[in-house]
Design a protein around this ligand. Structure first.
Ligand SMILES: [Fe+2]
Length: 184
């Protein structure tokens, strides 16, 4: 199976992107990341989605990333439905940005004794930056690169687009309760 074929297997949500060119460039960005990464497609369905929630976290990288894309889609559909033209959400831009938000994470990892750890590159260049670098190499347009750049804490420093806000909150609402939450 080629890298591109494994990307389409990992990400059935690519089919939601209507613009064929954007879909193709989004898939190619993931294929490029896999080429440069120590991680394989099999690792992505096995390793925990973050290194910040301790060693017992069982939710996989792909389970979390795909959940964020699904939440972003449902949130955007509701917003387009209730707010109509007052706050239009571009669904293709949203889908591509949500799928690519963490693509740079593939460059953050190193394998040490079979375990995933943050590598030196990842310490210096966090994934919002490496993600934009990968996406630009594949011709991803700026409104989508913006979502990658602004999805995490770094994005608090700049003005986010509506699509970037949605991806940011979809990502954080499914991350922060894993890190810390009130328990009964
Ligand atoms: Fe992220």
């Amino acid at each position: 199976m080629t890298k591109l074929e494994s990307v389409y297997k990992l990400w059935p949500e690519l089919e939601w992107i209507q613009n064929a060119d954007l879909k193709d460039k989004t898939a190619h960005t993931w294929a490029l990341a896999l080429e440069k990464s120590v991680l394989t497609p099999e690792d992505l369905v096995r390793i925990p989605f973050t290194l910040l929630c301790g060693p017992d976290l069982k939710v996989s990288f792909m389970a979390h990333k795909r959940c964020v894309v699904h939440i972003a889609k449902e949130a955007a559909l509701k917003m387009n439905n209730f707010f109509e033209n007052e706050l239009p959400v571009n669904m293709d831009v949203l889908f591509a940005g949500a799928i690519l938000a963490d693509v740079g994470k593939l460059l953050e990892y190193e394998l040490k004794d079979g375990k995933t750890v943050q590598g030196t590159y990842g310490k210096y260049i966090r994934h919002p930056f490496s993600g934009v670098a990968l996406a630009e190499q594949c011709g991803i347009p700026p409104e989508v690169c913006h979502i990658i750049a602004a999805h995490a804490g770094e994005g608090d420093m700049i003005k986010r687009s509506v699509e970037a806000y949605i991806v940011h909150y979809a990502d954080f609402m499914t991350f922060e309760p894993f890190r810390e939450r009130l328990k009964p």
